[in-house]
Design a protein around this ligand. Structure first.
Ligand code: 8YV
Length: 311
């Protein structure tokens, strides 16, 4: 029997790539300069798309695949997939929740510590400048007031970790959860009572720029912002302005508008910690994500229940 044709939107580690190619006829989208011609040729054969959180599957790609049955995402976020088209056409979508939760929470906490304590500039100082003076005093982490924006699986694990630092934890989410943390419906009010705001919310049209100029102002000149979710959750231009003028104390960011190209204004700032969209980037987690992404594809083609369906 011939292998099902699968459109691949991004790159995978070799262990996934080898396994995918053994099971499917893979068509690598980024390898083709003329995307329209490529899709016109292979689109009708495609039965599944294998993608990741950033590449997703945009409307033109889905429209060019009339026989598409499912999209398997290597990542938890599905904001880059045209979900309206999938809903309308009955295309199933799977993601990789749970397996990446701990790593994402770990990095968020690491970013809080690194930002507040200046760990990255301190490391550079120890190498180059220590004999010339003392490193400036930094901010205490233990006991901080933390605000978590979006208390899903990852946000909950961030809260659990921060509780270990005796933090006073509050959260903002669509609905109140059964947790011992203060609940806020308004992100501005959450920011006003917080020393650090950590954004873990899934991105969608409702959360676009939820971290607004007002939220940044409420966080204030001593306030810290950490984002491991999606760039669209933050008004990036307002953030740059707040960082440049000192209206916000500092930011640690794993995600950016137009990544991997960064707005060059970020590179001129000393009150930011920049990460290359790497919250799930450990060998252990990426292996588990790849396995789950492939298991969902396999379940679909075997006519079995999907393991982690979004729709
Ligand atoms: C991955 C992500 O970095 O889970 C997500 O939504 O953005 C990340 O875990 C990405 O999907 C892998 O390229």
């Amino acid at each position: 029997m011939s292998k099902p044709h699968v459109l691949q939107m991004g790159s995978y580690p070799d262990w996934d790539q080898t396994a995918l190619e053994a099971a499917y006829q893979m068509h690598l989208f980024p390898a083709h300069a003329d995307k329209v011609a490529f899709l016109a040729k292979v689109g009708p054969q495609i039965r599944a798309i294998a993608t990741n959180g950033g590449a997703g599957a945009e409307p033109a790609v889905i429209a060019a695949c009339p026989n598409l049955e499912m999209i398997s995402i290597y990542g938890v976020g599905y904001d880059a997939v045209d979900m309206a088209a999938c809903n309308a056409r009955g295309i199933r979508v799977t993601n990789t929740p749970d397996v990446l939760t701990d790593d994402c929470a770990d990095l968020a906490v690491g970013m809080v510590l690194a930002l507040a304590r200046g760990i990255v500039p301190a490391a550079a100082f120890a190498r180059a400048d220590w004999t010339k003076g003392s490193f400036p005093l930094q901010r205490r982490v233990t006991g901080m007031r933390a605000g978590i924006l979006g208390l899903g699986r990852i946000g909950l694990q961030v809260a659990k970790r921060l509780a270990g630092f005796d933090m006073d934890i509050a959260y903002c989410a669509r609905s109140r959860k059964d947790v011992p943390y203060a609940y806020f419906t308004d992100p501005v009010a959450l920011a006003a009572r917080s020393d650090v705001v950590i954004v873990t919310a899934l991105a969608n049209a409702q959360t676009r720029h939820i971290v607004s100029a007002q939220v940044l102002q409420a966080l204030g000149p001593q306030g810290l912002l950490v984002n491991i979710s999606r760039a669209s959750n933050i008004d990036e231009i307002a953030l740059l302005h707040a960082l440049e003028t000192g209206a916000l104390g500092g930011a640690a960011l794993d995600v950016f508008e137009g990544e991997p190209q960064l707005n060059p204004r970020f590179l001129a700032l000393s009150n930011v910690l920049l990460q290359p969209h790497h919250a799930s980037g450990t060998v252990e987690t990426r292996r588990a994500m790849g396995q789950l992404m492939r298991d969902n594809l396999a379940a679909h083609f075997a006519g079995q229940d999907l393991l982690t369906p979004v729709i």
